[in-house]
Write a protein that binds this ligand. Structure first.
Ligand code: FAD
Length: 432
């Protein structure tokens, strides 16, 4: 961003502010350049660059991607309005004449208009109210058109942008940025997943019903000991079982990777997750990942508290299995809505027994009076007090949390209020 602003200053951007017409075009240029820069940053945030993924985690990156996206969009609107008005002030053709002149006579502008329409569409469908009305798959497909919008907008920057045409430094900077963004997407979103899927040749080995709404799938593959994955992480999965298999779904590993198999456990929420139950042994699986920051590598303390609710138990089950621990180091609190909804409990008990970890399964309806990580029948006890009853020295723990969004917020609040510094709280959200 600093480089972009510096290039604008060195191109006479500040001096141009002295007169109305040139001031408008100058502001238009600056906002256009910053908008492009943010657009590329937006792409980079989602390019699955390993260092960036490890640092922020995908849920946080998605949040920032959204914020950067809306900022870029707003600046793009200012860019269009300011440039058009700036040219109109100094031209004899008036506002409409200038607009027509722009679109028809300036190189790359027709493509840029088409790109703008695409970006407007993508942005509107990303506004929360609109997004809620769309199926996730439809929204995601529309969202991918942002790449098209970006591609269509590029030529006008190259062919009509003052910076590009007058400054060699700016030209090199922008080309490098565009090329780096494209390379990152091709390497980490396309190349690496394809390479890993081909290398490890995952096939479904076993499909097991945990109950009538949750399925576990075990996959076998080649050279899985070479895959740099840890318990607590997740992959984007595509099972090649017929139409619709091109859509990827994220699922965490529900067992520690053992170098021969990978295992997931999924609740049937919609079409994608429900069809896991009908997978047949031998079905090929493609995958992207591993992703996620919920693993041993982020741990900073000996003692660990694993807090899970609902299907959020999957990465916690894997962590309980893999974490390096002495007897008593690890405590797991598993919150379930009902006896029927509890899953993997036998495995959890066996693991806790074997690893000398403490396991608490807290079952019951959600509290109605206040947002709480506890069930209704604990309503008389405060969230922090109850936590301290389960784990008296909770303040000295690293805490890993995964579950439904509202529950996670309540759990995180209780943990922090109980004295755990925020940097020792590690979270994975199952919804962005
Ligand atoms: C990091 C991460 C790890 C997850 N791990 C597990 C797990 O171990 N077990 C489990 O049961 N669930 C997990 N989920 C949730 C799971 O991905 C969704 O429940 C599933 O994709 C729903 O798809 P569907 O077609 O069945 O439902 P739909 O009805 O299509 O979608 C229901 C909701 O799921 C979300 N969703 C759908 N598709 C995707 C997608 N491709 N990417 C992100 N969100 C999506 C959307 O919020 C949507 O509103 C995880 C999600 C994330 C983000």
């Amino acid at each position: 961003m600093l480089v972009v602003v510096a290039l604008w200053v060195s191109g006479g951007g500040v001096q141009d502010l002295a007169q109305t017409g040139t001031a408008l075009t100058s502001i238009g240029r600056l906002t256009g350049l910053v908008a492009s820069d943010l657009l590329l940053i937006q792409v980079l945030l989602m390019a699955r660059i390993p260092l960036v993924e490890r640092t922020y985690g995908q849920d946080e990156l998605a949040r920032r991607h959204r914020w950067v996206g809306f900022s870029s969009f707003n600046l793009m609107l200012v860019h269009i309005v300011a440039i058009t008005l700036g040219y109109a002030v100094t031209s004899s053709s008036g506002l409409w004449g200038t607009i027509v002149d722009f679109v028809v006579n300036y190189p790359g502008m027709l493509l840029a208009v088409a790109g703008t329409v695409v970006v407007v569409g993508v942005t509107i469908t990303s506004i929360r109210a609109a997004r809620r009305r769309l199926r996730y798959e439809s929204w995601h497909l529309l969202h991918l058109y942002a790449y098209l919008g970006l591609g269509l907008a590029l030529p006008h920057q190259l062919w009509a942008g003052k910076e590009f045409l007058t400054s060699a430094v700016a030209t090199v900077f922008w080309w490098t940025l565009w090329a780096a963004a494209a390379a990152c997407v091709l390497i980490w979103r396309v190349g690496q997943p394809l390479w890993r899927s081909l290398r490890h040749q995952l096939v479904v080995e076993e499909v097991r019903a945990e109950n009538d709404a949750v399925t576990t799938v075990v996959m076998r593959g080649r050279m899985l000991h070479r895959l740099p994955v840890r318990a607590g992480q997740f992959f984007q999965w595509r099972f090649l079982d017929g139409p619709g298999s091109t859509r990827a779904h994220p699922y965490s590993l529900s067992a520690a990777p053992d170098g021969r198999t990978l295992r997931i456990t999924a609740a049937h929420l919609g079409d994608g997750s429900a069809r896991l139950a009908s997978l047949r042994p031998g079905t090929r699986a493609l995958f992207e990942g591993p992703y996620g920051r919920l693993h041993e590598g982020v741990r900073t303390r000996r003692k660990v508290l694993l807090m899970a609710s609902g299907i959020g138990i999957t990465p916690m089950r894997a962590l309980l299995e893999e974490l390096d621990q002495r007897p008593g180091d690890v405590t797991m609190v598993y919150r379930a809505g009902s006896e029927k909804g509890r899953i993997l409990v036998d495995e959890l008990s066996a693991l806790a027994g074997r690893r000398r970890a403490r396991l608490f399964v807290v079952t019951g309806r959600r509290a109605s009076e206040r947002p709480s990580w506890l069930p209704q029948h604990y309503a008389h006890i405060g969230d922090v007090e109850a936590l301290r009853q389960f784990v008296p020295d909770v303040a000295h723990h690293d805490v890993f949390i995964c579950g439904s969004p509202g529950w996670m917020d309540a759990a995180e609040r209780a943990v922090i209020d109980a004295g755990v510094p925020p940097e020792h709280v590690h979270i994975e959200r199952f919804a962005y």
